[in-house]
Design a binder for this molecule. Structure first.
Ligand code: GTP
Ligand code: ZN
Length: 402
């Protein structure tokens, strides 16, 4: 299907499908098989100048034969922000404009972004992938739940993963100098407290982290960046690049299935205990013995408490944990888990901020052959702020096992 640009003088360049006739049937064909296949959406984020656009151009120019849609979530100053969408097919890129309700994609009517993309696919046929590039100052934790759409809603898109670009040269400084103005906002929903910078949030929510601009740092500096990043987010896969040239697309940036699979290897790797290099944010792993269905219900209640209520206090203190440390409310950004059930089987747990769900491992491929979780204990991995492992473990056991 080919597209022409039809630029009339007043509005944005609209796309008109060339030779409408033969497009009609392959459009309808697209729409039919679209209902069968759901299209993965990958959120590409990263601090100002990290290399997001360089990555997008690299992906769009690679000759991979895939039909990839790119949505640039640039916040224009106009009231009704238009989303420019580049559709690339066999390297040919065309612009499409996606009218969205005004306000940024993560603040406006929650599902406007999903609806707009779905209606576009109805018109233009399904894509193989959708890449949503955020601005350098976006908090992906607000965007992810928007695209992590409940299966029941019958959405034609699903969240495949969050990829964060990191500027190897500047990230340590970025993480060490949170700019309060960035994190303080009158809208409490966005206020992430005094110590978290946007760079922290973009790293803590990532499923894949691309440490870019490796040419600008020494090997020792690169190791320091890797250590700091994996102390914040021990779950994310890390790639080191120059000019955002990742080793491959599939499995590296695309086809991550980060929200419908939980491989034991990533859980085991995260559990290796990472030095707490960052004062503000970390990864913590908790363990649970095989659970009964009743205990799984109690775990659900525990998670609602810790993820939803603002007054969760991890108590009683475990020995050696200071009162204020145990009392400061944890702020969880990403949750993953593999829980062993007493009657057999494994339940996977996925969570982003307050949205979480249990998935029967039987429903998804339990990749990661280490299998240690199947035989032994279940594991929960939290990434976030004010995570005091001993106090959290004690609260979890009191809530689920008592
Ligand atoms: N030396 C070096 N420069 C790079 C590398 N990757 C990107 N750049 C340059 O860094 C600058 C910023 O790259 P972009 O891709 O525009 O970064 P961005 O994240 O899209 O930036 P914003 O949209 O402003 O947030 C550009 O001049 C790139 O050419 C790299 O690996 N090494
Ligand atoms: Zn927002």
């Amino acid at each position: 299907m080919s597209f022409d640009m039809d630029v009339d003088d007043d509005g944005p360049p609209m796309l008109v499908a060339a030779n409408q006739a033969d497009d009609a049937e392959d459009l309808s064909a697209d729409v039919d098989d679209m209902s069968l296949t759901r299209v993965p959406i990958t959120i590409i984020t990263g601090y100002l100048g990290a290399g997001k656009t360089t990555l997008m151009n690299y992906i769009l120019n690679e000759r991979h034969g895939k039909k990839i849609a790119v949505i640039l979530n640039e916040f224009g100053d106009s009231a009704d922000i238009e989303k420019s969408l580049t559709v690339s097919q066999e390297g040919q890129q065309v612009e499409e404009w996606l009218e969205l309700a005004n306000g940024c994609l993560c603040c406006s009517v929650k599902d406007s972004g999903v609806a707009a993309i779905e209606s576009l696919m109805e018109k233009r046929g399904a894509f193989d992938y959708i890449l949503l590039e955020t601005t350098g100052l976006a908090d992906p934790g607000n965007l992810a739940p928007l695209f992590w759409v409940d299966d029941g809603l019958g959405s034609t898109i699903y969240l495949d993963g969050i990829v964060t670009l990191v500027d190897a040269k500047n990230i340590i400084r970025c993480l060490s100098e949170p700019t309060p103005s960035e994190t303080q906002s009158d809208d409490t929903e966005h206020a992430h407290g005094p110590h978290l910078s946007t760079a922290h949030l973009q790293i803590s929510h990532a499923d894949v982290i691309v440490i870019n601009k490796a040419d600008l740092v020494s090997q020792a500096e690169l190791e320091q960046v890797k250590a700091r990043i994996s102390s914040i987010n021990a779950l994310a896969k890390i790639h080191v690049t120059e000019h955002s040239k990742v080793p491959a697309l599939e499995g590296v940036l695309l086809d991550l299935h980060a929200y419908d699979q939980v491989d034991a290897d990533s859980i085991d790797f995260a559990s290796k205990g990472h030095s707490h290099l960052d004062p503000a944010i970390s990864t913590t792993t908790l363990t649970l013995p095989p659970l009964s269905p009743a205990q799984l219900d109690k775990l659900d209640t525990f998670l609602r408490n810790i993820l939803w209520t603002r007054f969760f206090i991890s108590h009683p203190q475990a020995e050696g944990v200071s009162v204020e440390a145990a009392g400061s409310r944890p702020e969880i950004h990403r949750t993953k888990g593999r829980l062993v059930m007493q009657e057999g089987g494994v339940k996977l747990l996925q969570g982003v901020r307050e949205v979480f769900e249990f998935i029967d491992a039987a429903d998804v491929s339990t990749s990661g052959a280490s299998g240690s979780t199947e035989r032994g204990n279940g594991k929960l991995v939290f990434i976030g702020r004010n995570l005091v492992p001993a106090a959290l473990q004690k609260s979890l056991e009191d809530a689920v096992l008592s």
